[in-house]
Design a binder for this molecule. Structure first.
Ligand code: 5AD
Ligand code: SF4
Length: 370
């Protein structure tokens, strides 16, 4: 297999079978893949790592995804929404520490109140930081009108993971109702792009019933949707979820991490100019998870700025890491990890997806030429 890996890594265009061969690599072959992906990253987007300060705004969620700890049927967690002042304080922390970007994340909530509180916060954060922060939203599926309102209020980027690009697998991971419809999710991603957001998506890796072919299709899905940013990581079982009963069928966690790192590396080869996150789930499995992701091609990290008293209520999966590190500790740990692996933090830089910048300027040129 190792001889084969070199041949595949020299190709300009990877087929589905090539991708499957890379996903199946043994540890020796993986090292070569990671090395190549790191070189491609350094040559394309450079050695800068961009911080996105993560604000876990609310754990209220109308949905019931079978894998997620904060699904609405789980009554164990106290439901919260941060006070406006707490969100502003976290945003100001990012601003004063020159992170230049924040992510506002929550469960899915389509109430009029929620929609207007996000809109109000966006305007307030921009006012207080002189429009200097780039803001990513990760607030689930919403109507085109809501996406437009938030965009107009100053959100620049949006993350909506497809979770898996396999429709049949998606169906096994979610209730079969209108709220959890695969086509609606695809449509939402399309709407986000049309609204003008830098659009991000992602998948979970090592899910029950998931095959190497499914993961290869996920990569092809990112390519065909021309996505700007990706966040993905290992699936980690949560005891209070329906999917927990399949835990015996899963790969060991360490192998789910290896698979995730290979996915990052393959994606970096195929989409060299996008932003790829080193995710919390990777770090949860291995204390070197994030660092290894940077060395396999990731270039974004998300220090957690959520006030500590809420962290135990935002447990998407078992043993989630970093729940006792405050903003300062989270920032320091990530800085050490990035610098220790030969990177530089892009303080004061927005770190927009190069892919997005290029596709926007191509669009402008096309329109200008008409
Ligand atoms: N393991 C790993 N990731 C999970 N997510 C939700 N539950 C889990 C889990 N058990 C991820 C989903 C979701 C994001 C907010 O968290 O991909 O989009
Ligand atoms: Fe809600 Fe997202 Fe969890 Fe699904 S994955 S239950 S939408 S928070």
């Amino acid at each position: 297999m190792s001889g084969g890996v070199e041949k595949i890594l020299q190709k300009d265009f990877l087929s589905k079978n090539d991708i499957i061969s890379l996903i199946d690599l043994d540890p020796h072959g993986s090292e070569k893949l990671f090395e190549k992906a790191l070189n491609v990253k350094l040559a394309t987007v450079g050695n800068r790592i961009y911080f996105r300060g993560l604000i876990e705004f609310s754990n209220r969620c109308d949905k019931n995804c079978y894998y997620c700890g904060i699904r609405s049927h789980n009554t164990r967690y106290t439901r919260y929404q941060l006070e406006d002042t707490e969100v502003i304080e976290a945003a100001l922390y990012a601003f004063h520490n020159r992170f230049s970007s924040i992510v506002i994340q929550s469960g899915e909530n389509r109430s009029a109140n929620f929609i207007s509180s996000v809109e109000r916060l966006l305007r307030e954060i921009h006012r207080l930081t002189h429009n200097s922060l780039k803001i990513t939203l990760s607030l689930g599926e919403q109507s085109a009108e809501t996406y437009r309102r938030w965009f107009q209020a100053g959100a620049h980027r949006y993350l909506l993971r497809i979770e898996t690009s396999n429709r049949a697998l998606y169906r096994r991971l979610h209730p079969g109702d209108k709220l959890h419809d695969f086509d609606s999710r695809l449509q939402a991603l399309q709407t986000l792009r049309e609204t003008g957001y830098q659009t991000g998506t992602g998948v979970m890796i090592g899910l029950p019933f998931q095959t190497a072919g499914d993961l290869a299709e996920d990569i092809l899905f990112f390519r065909s949707s021309d996505i700007d940013m990706v966040g993905m990581g290992p699936y980690i079982e949560h005891a209070e979820t329906p999917l927990f009963r399949f835990r015996e069928t899963l790969l060991p966690l360490s192998e789910r991490l290896e698979l995730s790192l290979k996915m990052v590396a393959i994606l970096r080869l195929i989409m060299p100019d996008i932003n790829i996150a080193a995710t919390t789930a990777m770090q949860t499995v291995d204390p070197r998870g994030r660092e290894r992701a940077l060395l396999a091609g990731a270039n974004v990290m998300m220090p957690n700025l959520t006030p500590l008293r809420y962290r135990q209520s935002y447990l998407l999966y078992n043993d989630k890491t970093g729940t006792s590190d405050d903003a300062e500790e989270s920032k320091e740990a990530m800085e050490a990890c990035a610098v220790g692996s030969g990177h530089v933090i892009g303080y004061g830089e927005h770190g927009d997806s190069r892919h997005y910048i290029e596709r926007s300027s191509e669009n402008n040129q096309r329109l200008g030429g008409q």
